[in-house]
Design a protein around this ligand. Structure first.
Ligand SMILES: [Fe+2]
Ligand SMILES: [Fe+2]
Length: 154
């Protein structure tokens, strides 16, 4: 899936995609059986597609999308509490320890949970990351509910 839009052709995106700590997101559950890695790749792919179409800084937007949930724990078991509110700042702190981030990338990570968190995204690119995250998450939860035995037609 990630090769569909050839994200790895872009060196600044490839740096994130190939990093061991980024790949460790596969170990953390995000929604149901969906890993944080799968979730972030899907958010990044959608972000890339939209921001490139709009003529925005799609490389920064995609890097921000890849790192927006870089909090590195299973929030079902190991959350520090108030995960929804706290994880953007945790993800940003972790990401800054590993990658050189520009202001667009930092803002995309820090503000992606708006309006749950009070301050809105500052840049068009970070708005798109926030919308892409919600789009992918809603689709994931829809899939989970449709797969639930209570919704089974058989
Ligand atoms: Fe998040
Ligand atoms: Fe997310």
């Amino acid at each position: 899936m990630i090769n569909k839009y050839k994200l790895a052709d872009y060196p600044q995106i490839k740096i994130v995609l190939n990093h061991d700590l980024f790949l460790s997101l596969e170990c953390f559950r995000h929604h149901a059986k969906i890993s944080c890695l799968q979730h972030t790749l899907e958010v990044a792919e959608l972000t890339f597609k939209i921001t490139r179409r709009l003529g925005l800084d799609y490389v920064s937007a995609t890097r921000g999308a890849l790192l927006h949930d870089f909090y590195l724990y299973d929030w079902h078991k190991d959350s520090p509490g108030l995960h929804g509110f706290k994880h953007p700042a945790i993800a940003l702190r972790n990401a800054k320890q590993v990658f050189d981030l520009n202001p667009v990338e930092e803002n995309a990570i820090l503000r992606h949970m708006w309006p749950l968190t009070p301050l809105p995204p500052r840049y068009p690119e970070s708005v798109i990351v926030s919308l892409a995250d919600k789009t992918v998450s809603i689709r994931d939860y829809g899939y989970i509910f449709l797969k639930h035995p209570a919704f089974s037609m058989s």
